[in-house]
Write a protein that binds this ligand. Structure first.
Ligand SMILES: Nc1ncnc2c1ncn2[C@@H]1O[C@H](COP(=O)(O)OP(=O)(O)OP(=O)(O)O)[C@@H](O)[C@H]1O
Length: 311
């Protein structure tokens, strides 16, 4: 393993009965990197991180986390690896402070109780029992518990699922400060915006295999177009006219809604052509290709949270 790798997985395989969940997955995650695992439901994301965390044993292949074998060296790994627990595993009758104290006791050099509670914005709720916390607060507490032992590597599975926008931003800044302090983070997410903002690199999993591994912008650059202009027209859609324009790659029309994909100053090109043709367009929008588009281009489908293929 390279000395700067925090996580090294080589040829991982995991099968459940006849289902191949992880099929020859190899990853090398650099120390201090924020690394994302993206894929639709059932792609093998959770199984992959469970193999890395030593929660499951691979049928084949090897994993090293900071040089440790997660299955053989579990006790030592626990001191340096933080894994975000699902909140259902927690004792619901304990308060925030009691849970934080309980988790701190597992570690040799934990962060302070107040510091941990403050870091996830739960100071005002520190005497509240777990079962009385909102879903978002429970999620934030689970992050504090993950960070209790000053881990050098953290695994966060669906970090911000169920959080409101403010809590989500708070989580993002927590990940950014982890990165600033040199912690390696492995993020599993369906949230494209989150992956795009936070991750240095992303592995895209499909049917248990890594189908692409690149920076978010590198993945986006593999999409065949770079810009998309959408608008509505009340009259007949001038598809033929648009298709002939410079920089236009594709035109789709559905029920008066037109989607033009292409390159360069696409909005200007399309707007001028429509005005010249006397076509009135409304609800015009111009956007750049996103990670969503990359997902579609690389797997042939949009991620599960976003089934709107008409975009
Ligand atoms: N304990 C299990 N027993 C049997 N099959 C399982 C088990 N865990 C996962 N699987 C199957 O393995 C495949 C990969 O599942 P996994 O949970 O790793 O995917 P995922 O990408 O994390 O999905 P999701 O986004 O839905 O959490 C799926 O087909 C799933 O049904």
């Amino acid at each position: 393993m390279s000395s700067s790798s925090a996580v090294e997985a080589d040829g991982l395989h995991k099968r459940y009965g006849s289902t191949v969940a992880v099929d020859d997955v190899s990853l090398s995650i650099a120390s201090g990197e924020v690394f994302g695992i993206l894929g639709r439901n059932g792609a093998g994301k959770s199984t992959t991180v469970e193999l890395i965390a030593g929660l499951r044993r691979a049928d084949r292949g090897t994993v090293r986390v900071l040089g440790l074998d997660p299955w053989q060296d579990r006790a030592r790994l626990r001191q340096v690896l933080g894994v975000q627990l699902q909140s259902s595993h927690l004792h619901s009758a304990l308060t925030v402070t009691e849970l934080v104290r309980l988790f701190r006791a597992f570690y040799r050099d934990p962060l302070g109780t107040d510091e941990l509670i403050e870091s996830v914005g739960l100071t005002d709720s520190r005497s509240v029992r777990f079962e009385r916390l909102s879903g978002g607060q429970q999620q934030r507490l689970s992050i504090a518990l993950t960070l209790a032992g000053r881990p050098r590597v953290v695994i966060l599975d669906e970090l911000t699922t169920g959080l409101d926008p403010e809590a989500r931003r708070h989580m993002w800044s927590t990940v950014a400060s982890l990165r600033d302090s040199g912690v390696t983070a492995l993020l599993v997410s369906h949230a494209m915006e989150e992956i795009e903002r936070l991750c240095d690199r992303v592995a895209l999993l499909d049917a248990g295999r890594v189908v692409a591994l690149d920076s978010p912008s590198g993945l986006i650059s593999r999409v065949g177009f770079s810009r998309r202009v959408t608008f509505r027209v009340a009259e007949a859609v001038p598809v033929g006219l648009l298709e002939k324009l410079d920089g236009v790659d594709q035109v789709r029309a559905d029920n008066g809604r037109v989607v033009v994909e292409g390159r360069g100053d696409l909005l200007q090109t399309v707007s001028v052509a429509l005005v010249r043709a006397g076509v009135v367009a409304t609800e015009t929008r111009s956007e750049q290709a996103t990670l969503d588009d990359a997902f579609l281009a690389l797997t042939g489908r949009r991620p599960d949270h976003h089934e709107d293929v008409s975009r």
